[in-house]
Ligand binder design. Structure first.
Ligand SMILES: Cc1ncc(COP(=O)(O)O)c(C=O)c1O
Length: 407
């Protein structure tokens, strides 16, 4: 089904209330009405603490939460519902693997491969594991277009490689990494792969069985779901061996004065009261994505990205980071404007109600590698329009003049 521009926009109440041209989808997406409704209806009609109330309402809340888990399982094509652990966000999911897997199964002399383009959320946890275990971090460098070469992979993988933590799509360059090749090489050396899918999950179907990754992390809020809900997928064989990350209510089998035994998966890794309303909202976002269809999302995003890139490239002082191919941007256009600080770019755009992000985008090692201090990022979603891009480009054109650079 082809949705009209108008129909797409009408799904998002945000656009009824705000004049904003929202080009910061990679930071957090807007939410369709049905996601907001799903959360509200949970609180209005099903609100009870899941797993705790043995009364009917409590069981309804539990059922709603577990149904959301099943929906995520199907969305990722995972084999078992217990392989889906709800967290607060991608950062917490990655920390969970780092603490419960990395700190327990890695040792001095082991090597952890990360790419230079990792978001800090998929770098700092591995720095911590290296510090605690004596394992060493090995970086996969990339070219200016984000490509990780075969030579880089040949260099990085050794018999000491025990874990690879890599992003599916860079939050700065928008490029997609060669995950199939990384997984193949990792499994050849019996290393596990942790995939950060925070930036891919809203843009393309992800099949954890086909990709054969060992762990995968994402946040609900970047895929039109609520804030405060994230997912860690893990192969059952690994999750079963991992000690709990957090301890407390609802993750135990029995507790004595001196110790405890723990509940089976997934509850062993979900201590405390869960965010059931957000899980239900995430489920609604997944249904919404399926209703629009991946093909519609992909083709619309590519069309808008190509449209924006064409016009931006016509402005000589603007330099877009990453690939020349709009298809390898996942809607992310990070750019510099000669002589203008990215914070000034963002402020000038903001004065025209255009929301973009400026700075190092939580990827300081990548900026150091590219030898660029910081940049501005416009990130598009399928619900943006060509008119919005025209207005964005119209604001970019006089930008240098506004900063006192003559014409
Ligand atoms: C690639 C990538 N990984 C991880 C994260 C962290 O996501 P969150 O802040 O939702 O935990 C982000 C957020 O921007 C990201 O872009």
């Amino acid at each position: 089904m082809k949705w009209s521009d108008k129909r797409r926009r009408e799904e998002f109440p945000f656009f009824c209330y705000r004049e904003e041209i929202y080009l910061d989808h990679a930071a957090t997406s807007q939410r369709p009405q049905r996601v907001l409704d799903a959360e509200r209806v949970f609180y209005e009609k099903q609100n009870a603490n899941p797993f705790r109330g043995l009364y009917e309402l409590g069981m309804e809340a539990t059922d709603a939460y577990e149904r959301a888990r099943k929906t995520v399982q199907n969305f990722l094509h995972a084999q078992y519902a217990e392989e889906i652990i709800f967290t607060r966000n991608a950062t917490e999911s990655l920390n969970l693997v780092a603490y419960s897997f990395g700190c327990h199964f890695l040792k001095e002399g082991d090597e952890i491969i990360v790419s230079i383009m990792e978001h800090h959320s998929n770098l700092l946890p591995w720095q911590m594991v290296a510090e605690k275990t004596g394992a060493k971090l090995v970086f996969l460098e990339c070219g200016a277009d984000g490509t990780i070469s075969k030579e880089q992979l040949d260099f990085a993988f050794t018999e000491r490689t025990k874990l690879v933590a890599i992003t599916h799509v860079s939050n700065v360059l928008g490029c997609q990494n060669p995950i199939e090749e990384v997984v193949r090489r990792a499994h050849e050396c019996e290393a596990v792969v942790v995939l950060d899918a925070a930036q891919s999950i809203a843009h393309r179907p992800v099949d954890v069985v086909l990709l054969d990754v060992d762990f995968l992390a994402f946040s609900g809020h970047k895929m039109m779901g609520p804030m405060g809900i994230g997912v860690l997928y893990g192969k059952k064989k690994w999750l079963e061996q991992m000690p709990p990350f957090l301890r407390g209510g609802e993750m135990i089998e029995s507790v004595s004065r001196t110790g405890a035994t723990f509940a089976p998966l997934p509850h062993r890794l979900e201590a405390g009261t869960v965010n059931a309303a957000a899980a239900v909202g995430l489920e609604a976002a997944i249904h919404f994505i399926h209703e629009i269809g991946w093909e519609e999302i992909r083709s619309r995003e590519e069309e808008l990205t190509a449209y924006a890139m064409n016009q931006m490239e016509a402005i000589p002082e603007i330099h877009i980071l990453g690939s020349k191919d709009p298809k390898n941007h996942s809607g992310i256009l990070t750019f510099t404007v000669e002589g203008v600080h990215p914070h000034d770019v963002a402020s000038i755009l903001d004065a025209d109600h255009i929301a973009v992000r400026a700075g190092h985008h939580c990827a300081q090692p990548l900026f150091a590698h590219l030898n660029i201090p910081s940049a501005t990022r416009a990130s598009l979603a399928f619900y943006n329009t060509k008119e919005e891009i025209d207005r964005f480009v119209d604001c970019l054109k006089p930008l240098r003049r506004k900063m006192g650079y003559g014409k």
